[in-house]
Write a protein that binds this ligand. Sequence first.
Ligand code: SF4
Length: 372
Amino acid sequence: MKISCPHMGHLHYMLEDLFERLDVEYVKPPVSTTKTLTIGAKHSPEFACLPLKINVGNFIEALDMGADTLIMAGGHGPCRFGYYGIVEERILRDLGYEFDFIMLEPFNDGKRDFYKTFKRLSPGLTIPRLYKILKASFAKGRAFDYVHKRSLQVRAYEVNRGDTTRALRQAEQLMALAYTPEEIEEAGREALALIDAVEQDPDRDVMKVAIVGEFFLLLEPFSNFGLEEILGHMGVYLERTVWVTDWIAPNRENKVYGFPKNFVEEKAEPYLSHNVGGEGRETIGGIVLMAERGFDGALQLLPFGCMPENIATSIIPKVQRDHDIPVLTLAFDEQTGRAGLVTRVEAFMDLLAARRGSRLALAGAAAATDKI
Ligand code: SF4
């Protein structure tokens, strides 16, 4: 069996680890590029979400490399994600590819089915062994998330442009080699130390911006033109609301993000009190939360036509007014260009800087008045 799965940020490190433990050969698709998207868009329905098109491109590139089994995360409504796997399989079969297709449904939708899916990959696998394997691979995924999260904050203060990105690559290589739980823990610590060792200017007055929105757009840098790096190099301190291991964890703790799902949903409650699929509710709750935490602004990323995020977009103007936080909405599809994106983001940062300037001026005036 030669198995493959679409890219989503640094998920492939976790998959490499998982399939190694399951003794299954993993065919890692080439890193997503314009070629991947062009292939995927060519064979996908025009109105399909951007992530589906990139997934199809990843699958075709993996099949051309010899993969004979494809695995895709399942799900359920109310958005289109629950149909992704079915549509992708149909597209690939219509193109004449032959393969086994496995849908991995969420753990909470049925523990027995979840186990059976893994048993298909590794006959003879027992439940205790599966638990041990998942625990180890998940711990590795968590380490990658924490290190990546730290890099988003350190990059804003780096003295030499690019140092954080270089440290992050080094950290990733280090963590990828870890295997036992002890090695993973140690590698995670060393990787964080590598990021912290980047020379920083702690006195730099950085802008604090939240990145909220649809999970794939937030997790896969190819889909958003490496926006986090672009912003980091502008000296912007970033926090984002979605992380790979938070997203796949069966609990609702959101350990990497730092705020449990229930808590974020409560923040959204006055504006959106029910699940609209994807991260629609988390986007609204995330903006409220970041405003309360004093962030200067937020960026909402979504695939063009994404139903849950479009619902959030329609609510955001009220959230902005109520919480005095500017939000820039950025929709992505295969027509989106990097230059246009950078121009919009730069203009938004200028706006935030101007607001902060006037806020500082107001604070200064208030302090002067107090003294009179
Ligand atoms: S969350 Fe949005 S982009 Fe993702 S599958 Fe649902 S509709 Fe498509």
